[in-house]
Design a protein around this ligand. Structure first.
Ligand SMILES: *Cc1c(COP(=O)(O)O)cnc(C)c1O
Length: 737
């Protein structure tokens, strides 16, 4: 009998032609040892596991350099129309494995590490996640960069290099506790600082109106220092750039009228300017309206536009075509007034010409229709921080309302509704309206979301609403927890089942934190119940993030996508589960609608109200107690939560949640409860027939192709940006010897 294969040997056996040549492995080992010695300045006696990871990261990085330079050089020579993806978030996760996969280096590196007595997978676990995002919006931006490089688009991601990304979540006695994400502490081998391309960004000050134009004067300057990260395409030798800006105080910061005491204070005060890129705001789908956030939004936009214009002017056929700027939600919406400011005040173009360029250049992706997420900045904040931009926004609005009133004479209601400036109470700038007016294309993130946008937001003459759906290239890994879903309340427990929950609450969001506490409390009771035993476990996975999603999503058999119809714009987690072998129980909301269409409704567990039903219920009024009184199982569950069954030491711990569910639940969850339970019974019945279950899984995976981000980006390129994918590969450069 042969001895069992180790993981390493098994991989070696599987990768018949994937295993790179012996020469390659020898070179990798040589370069690895060189980096350990010269870059890490360590020998094997004193090296830590982190040193070994860094040596591998540098070894792999070397293979990017030639490809990166060659790609950028070929863009310079061919001078195609450039695409700029502007986003306040890029949720990249780890880089090492993705780079090895895209460069076809994974097997050779694994072999090289093995020959050096190291376990590559262990080293990979030493890499920090680049957690520069909250969730779907930021992960989308990361997937889009990957696809733009894989399709050979001359594209750039532009954002902020937050010193602290999304917080690390600890669960302590069942409660969420936040820890700072000091992801750069040990250095970041994937970035290259470019201090030679530093750009000034202005804030505050006032405007002067001269006969020859407007001057923005007496401003405070903060420098934007770019850090470049390579974005390799999939096996095409193309490497694009993600450029993230870091805030740097200028040398003369606060030193204008210094004396000896003033000098020390001025140096200490540099922190104030540099705070701009200190931390990612941990708000997903929520507008907080803080000045520092508005500074971040202008910082990335102002620095990026200087870069775009410099590159445009340097291009050989510069006047031939404009560039494409995609705004990932309204967060970079200031690109519109900033582009106008540069074209009018600095380039001295007339308004109409500048506006034409602006509209042709910008396109906007809307991510939500929930009112609490919409950016509406108070006018007085704008007036102080960006006085010239406020003037420009007023002028955009004046011309816009003139057009509206000439089309709809006397319709004052419409004028108010469509204004960029909200009156009544505190005056505010509505950033979504600014984006709609200043872009040539507006898209939602799923078909139903675009349809809702068209119905609720108005459509302007020049505004094309494009329909989109996002998707993902996601790793398929072999983790399985073969257990059945079962509702935790009031149903018979038949098969083994693990219910996994994972989420992060915004630190200031009380209800979200209480819901996490409720999940952990239910876990404490259920997981220790001797009658339930091992048949049911309720687990809260701590610190959900890209690396955890990569492991947990492929482990799932059933994906619950149970938003109230009309509230989830798209969802992207739903697609990842589908692609990785889970079936879905879901409402007809977001991308679920198209997923069911692609998989076939017979292979999808659909339940609950449709958008029309929700609208009808809104008109009639939703009364939670009707459902509570007529469904004994629901009543029992709610009574248990309210009575302290899950929190015996603090019986009224969850009274706020119960009160919310009973009296002011915007999401009307009880209205979908009965149908949800009935649908779960169908899930349970099917799970008992593994062949039929698996057949549906296969049909779901087969139907998931539409949700590839490559497909999505091809459509953006064609319908919004007007660029051709350069499907050609670049030739491979000489690899490091
Ligand atoms: C995909 C993803 C999300 C978004 O998930 P949704 O279910 O669409 O909200 C959030 N966080 C991480 C880490 C992800 O990978």
């Amino acid at each position: 009998m042969s001895k069992p294969l180790s993981d390493h040997d098994r991989k070696k056996q599987i990768s018949v032609k994937g295993l790179a040549g012996v020469e390659n492995v020898a070179d990798l080992k040589k370069n690895y040892n060189r980096h350990l010695h010269f870059t890490l300045v360590k020998d094997r006696n004193v090296s830590t596991k982190r040193d070994y990871y860094f040596a591998l990261a540098h070894t792999v990085r070397d293979h990017l350099v030639g490809r990166w330079i060659r790609t950028q050089q070929s863009y310079y020579e061919k001078d195609p129309k450039r695409v700029y993806y502007l986003s306040l978030e890029f949720y990249m996760g780890r880089t090492l494995q993705n780079t090895m996969v895209n460069l076809a280096l994974e097997n050779a590196c694994d072999e090289a590490m093995y020959q050096l007595g190291l376990d590559m997978e262990e080293l990979q676990e030493m890499e920090e996640d680049a957690g520069l995002g909250n969730g779907g919006l930021g992960r989308l931006a990361a997937c889009f960069l990957d696809s733009m490089a894989s399709l050979g688009l001359a594209a750039y991601g532009y954002g902020i290099r937050y010193e602290f990304g999304i917080f690390n979540q600890k669960i302590s006695s069942g409660w969420q506790v936040e820890e700072a994400d000091d992801w750069l502490r040990y250095g970041n081998p994937w970035e290259k600082a470019r201090p030679e391309y530093m750009r000034p960004v202005h804030f505050y000050g006032r405007t002067e109106h001269h006969p020859d134009g407007v001057k923005w004067v007496d401003t405070q300057v903060v420098l934007a220092l770019p850090y470049d990260t390579p974005v390799p395409g999939y096996r095409n030798n193309i490497v694009n750039t993600m450029r993230l800006w870091s805030a740097k105080a200028p040398c003369e910061f606060n030193l204008k009228d210094f004396n000896v005491g003033g000098y020390i204070q001025a140096v200490l005060d540099r922190n104030l300017a540099e705070n701009i890129s200190r931390v990612l705001y941990p708000n997903d789908n929520f507008f907080e309206g803080k000045e520092l956030r508005l500074k971040q939004e202008y910082f990335v936009v102002a620095a990026t536009l200087q870069d775009i214009i410099r590159r445009f002017k340097a291009s050989k056929f510069g006047s031939r075509d404009i560039v494409a700027i995609q705004l990932n939600d309204t967060h970079p919406a200031l690109a519109i007034p900033e582009l106008m400011r540069v074209l009018i005040d600095e380039e001295k173009l007339p308004w109409d010409k500048a506006w034409d360029i602006c509209i042709k250049t910008c396109a906007y992706t809307n991510h939500t229709v929930l009112p609490e997420a919409l950016e509406r900045w108070p006018i007085d904040l704008f007036q102080t921080l960006l006085p010239r931009h406020l003037e420009i926004i007023y002028e955009i609005n004046r011309r816009h309302l003139e057009r509206v009133s000439s089309r709809y004479p006397g319709d004052m209601d419409r004028l108010c509704r469509m204004s960029l400036i909200e009156e009544g109470g505190q005056k505010r700038v509505n950033m979504a309206h600014l984006c709609i007016v200043g872009s040539h294309a507006v898209n939602g993130v799923a078909r139903i979301h675009s349809d809702i946008l068209k119905a609720t937001v108005y459509v302007f003459k020049h505004t094309m609403l494009v329909r989109y759906l996002h998707a993902f290239t996601w790793y398929i890994q072999g983790y399985f927890l073969p257990r059945e879903f079962l509702n935790i309340f009031g149903r018979e427990i038949s098969d083994d089942y693990v219910m996994l929950n994972s989420s992060q609450a915004a630190p200031g969001y009380h209800t979200a934190k209480m819901i996490i506490r409720l999940i952990t409390a239910i876990g404490e009771v259920v997981n220790n119940d001797p009658v339930v035993g091992d048949r049911l476990k309720v687990i809260f996975l701590e610190n959900y993030r890209v690396t955890l999603a990569e492991k947990a999503i492929p482990a799932a058999d059933l994906s619950e996508q149970i938003s109230t119809a009309g509230t989830e714009a798209s969802g992207t987690g739903n697609m990842k589960f589908m692609l990785n072998g889970a079936l879905t129980i879901g409402t007809m909301d977001g991308a679920n609608v198209e997923m069911a269409e692609e998989a076939g409704e017979d292979n999808f567990f659909i339940f609950g109200m449709r958008v029309e039903d929700v609208d009808a219920m809104d008109a009639k009024g939703y009364n939670a107690s009707e459902y509570y009184n007529h469904m004994p199982e629901l009543k029992q569950a709610i009574d248990q939560i309210a009575g302290g069954f899950f929190s015996p030491k603090q019986p009224d711990l969850f009274k706020d949640i119960v009160n919310m569910l009973m009296h002011h639940d915007r999401f009307k969850v009880f209205a979908d409860y009965q149908d949800y339970i009935k649908c779960q019974e169908k899930v349970s019945a099917l799970y008992k027939k593994p062949k039929e279950w698996t057949k549906k899984v296969i049909l779901n995976i087969a139907g998931s192709g539409k949700f590839s981000s490559d497909r999505t980006i091809s459509q953006y390129a064609r319908e919004i940006w007007g660029v051709e994918p350069t499907l050609e590969k670049l030739a491979a450069p000489d690899d490091p010897k």
